[in-house]
Design a binder for this molecule. Structure first.
Ligand code: HEM
Length: 423
C-alpha cells in the first residue's frame, strides 16, 4: 500500500514538475529567446537556428545557458580540453528521467583519465577490421528486413526497417544472443525516445521499466559471457573487468549507453536520408543511378538533417570564450544542427546537395575527445542501408503523412510511411 501511495505521489510530483517546466519554457519563449523556443521542441528548428546565429557567434540565453550556432566556434568548443561534459542537460521537459541511465559511470559521462581508459578498452570493437566484419551482417539484415517489409504494398520505413536495424547491429556488436533479441529490442525502443524529454506519466513509467529490463538483460549477459566468452564487446569487457581494468558498474553502464546512443541516432540517419532524397527526386535519382554516392548521401544527410542536434560542455573554472567571461559550471551549448547550416562555411546551406564540395566537416559526430566512437559503424550502416534501398526499391517514395519528432536534441521521424510501387 505504502509503495502504491509513494508511486502515486511520485507520479503527481513528476506531472507537476513537467507542467511547470513547460510553462516556464513557454514564458521565456514568448519573450523571443530563440534558444528557449528550441528547448520547447520544434518540428523545423532551422529558422530558430538562423535567429541564434543572428545574435552573434556566442550569446547568453534567458535561461543563463551560453549558446553557439556557429560552425567555427562550435567546433572549437567541442575540441577545447578545458571544457568538460555536462550531464545536467537542463531545460528539456522530463529530462531528469535520463538520470536513470547510468551516464555518470559511462564513457559519455566521464572526463579523463577515466574516459581515456574506457575509450581505449572499447575502441577495438569499432575499428576498421570489425566494421568490415559487421558490414556483411548489416547487408544481410537489410535484406531480411526488406523481405518482410516490402512484401506488402506499403510499409513504415522507421518501424519496419530503420528502427530494428541498428538495434540488431548493436546486439551483434555486444553479443546479445538470439533468445534475448525480443526483450532487447522491446526495451531499447522504449528507452530511446526519452532522449527527447518525457511527454507523459505513461512514458515515464514505460521508460523506467525498460531501463530496468535492459539492466537485467545485460546483467544476465555479463554472467553468461563470463562463463562462455565469444568474439564480442561484452566478452572482451568482461575479461577486462576480471583484470581490474573497469568496474562491474562501468561495464553495465557502457552496455546501456551504447544501446541508447547507437540506436536512435542511426535510425534517424537512415530515415532522414530517405526523407530528404525522396523529397527531392533528382537527389534520389542521382543515388539510384550511382549507388557509389551512398557515402556522400550519408555525409550530406548528417550535415543537412543531423540526428544529433546539440552537445553541451561546462568549464570547471571561470574562463573566457570568444570575448565573453564564462563562469565556472555554466552550461555551454553547441547547436550542431545550426553549425551544420552555417552560411559562413556552407554554400546554400539549406539545400540538400549530394554533389556538394564544401570542405568543412559537419559536427554531427561532435569533435575532440568525445568524437562519436560509433561514427564508422553508423556511416557503414547508413551507406549499406541506402545502397540496399535504392537497389531493391528504386521507385521508393513517401506514401502518407510523415510524423517528425519535435525534440531539441534529436532530429528524426516517428513515422515515415513509404511504398515501393511506381507512382
Ligand atoms: C548517425 C549516428 C550517430 C550520431 C549522429 C551520433 C552522435 C554522437 C555525438 C554528437 C556524440 C558526442 C556527444 C558529445 O560530444 O557530448 C557521440 C558520442 C558517442 N556515440 Fe555516437 N552517434 C551516432 C551513432 C553511434 C553509434 C552507432 C554508436 C555505437 C554503437 C555510438 C556511440 C557513441 C558513444 C559511446 C559516444 C561517446 C564517445 C565518447 O564520449 O568518447 N554512436 N555520438
Amino acid at each position: 500500500m505504502a509503495t502504491l501511495m509513494d508511486s502515486r505521489t511520485a507520479g503527481l510530483k513528476f506531472s507537476a514538475k513537467l507542467g511547470a517546466t513547460r510553462a516556464f519554457l513557454r514564458a521565456f519563449g514568448l519573450f523571443g529567446d530563440p534558444f528557449t523556443r528550441l528547448l520547447q521542441g520544434q518540428q523545423d528548428p532551422y529558422p530558430l537556428y538562423a535567429a541564434v546565429r543572428k545574435r552573434g557567434p556566442l550569446h547568453r540565453s534567458h535561461l543563463g545557458t551560453w549558446v553557439t550556432g556557429s560552425h567555427e566556434l562550435g567546433s572549437r568548443i567541442l575540441r577545447d580540453r578545458s571544457l568538460f561534459l555536462n550531464r545536467q542537460q537542463g531545460g528539456v521537459p522530463g529530462h531528469e528521467l535520463m538520470d536513470e541511465i547510468p551516464w555518470d559511470s559511462s564513457i559519455l559521462g566521464l572526463d579523463p583519465p577515466d574516459h581515456t581508459r574506457l575509450r581505449r578498452l572499447a575502441q577495438p570493437a569499432f575499428g576498421p577490421k570489425m566494421i568490415s566484419k559487421y558490414r556483411v551482417s548489416v547487408e544481410k539484415l537489410c535484406h531480411s528486413l526488406l523481405d518482410k517489409a516490402a512484401a506488402s504494398d506499403g510499409f513504415d520505413l522507421i518501424e519496419d526497417f530503420a528502427g530494428p536495424l541498428p538495434l540488431l547491429v548493436i546486439g551483434e556488436l555486444l553479443g546479445v544472443p538470439e533468445e534475448y533479441h525480443d526483450r532487447f529490442i522491446h526495451a531499447g525502443r522504449k528507452v530511446g525516445p526519452v532522449i527527447d524529454g518525457v511527454k507523459s506519466l505513461k512514458m515515464a513509467r514505460e521508460f523506467r521499466a525498460a531501463v530496468d529490463d535492459l539492466d537485467q538483460v545485460f546483467t544476465e549477459l555479463i554472467a553468461l559471457r563470463g562463463r562462455e566468452p565469444g568474439d564480442d564487446l561484452i566478452s572482451r569487457l568482461t575479461v577486462a573487468e576480471g583484470e581490474g581494468k573497469l568496474t562491474t558498474g562501468e561495464l553495465l553502464a557502457f552496455c546501456t549507453v551504447l544501446a541508447v546512443t547507437g540506436f536512435e541516432t542511426t535510425t534517424n540517419l537512415i530515415g532522414n536520408a530517405v526523407l530528404a532524397m525522396t523529397g527531392d527526386r533528382a537527389q534520389w535519382n542521382l543515388l539510384r543511378d550511382d549507388p557509389d554516392l551512398a557515402p556522400r548521401a550519408v555525409e550530406e544527410t548528417l550535415r543537412y538533417d543531423s540526428p544529433a542536434l546539440q552537445a553541451q560542455r561546462v568549464p570547471h573554472q571561470d574562463t573566457a570564450l570568444h570575448g565573453h567571461h564564462i563562469r565556472a559550471d555554466s552550461s555551454v551549448v553547441v547547436l550542431i544542427g545550426s553549425a551544420n547550416r552555417d552560411p559562413e562555411v556552407y554554400t546554400d546551406p539549406d539545400h540538400f546537395d549530394l554533389t556538394r564540395e564544401d570542405p568543412a566537416e559537419h559536427l554531427s559526430f561532435s569533435g575532440g575527445m568525445h568524437y562519436c566512437i560509433g561514427a564508422p559503424l553508423a556511416r557503414m550502416e547508413g551507406e549499406t542501408a541506402l545502397r540496399v534501398l535504392v537497389d531493391r526499391l528504386p521507385d521508393l517514395h513517401v506514401a502518407g503523412p510523415v510524423t517528425r519528432r519535435s525534440s531539441p536534441v534529436i532530429s528524426g521521424c516517428v513515422r515515415l510511411p513509404v511504398t515501393a510501387k511506381p507512382r
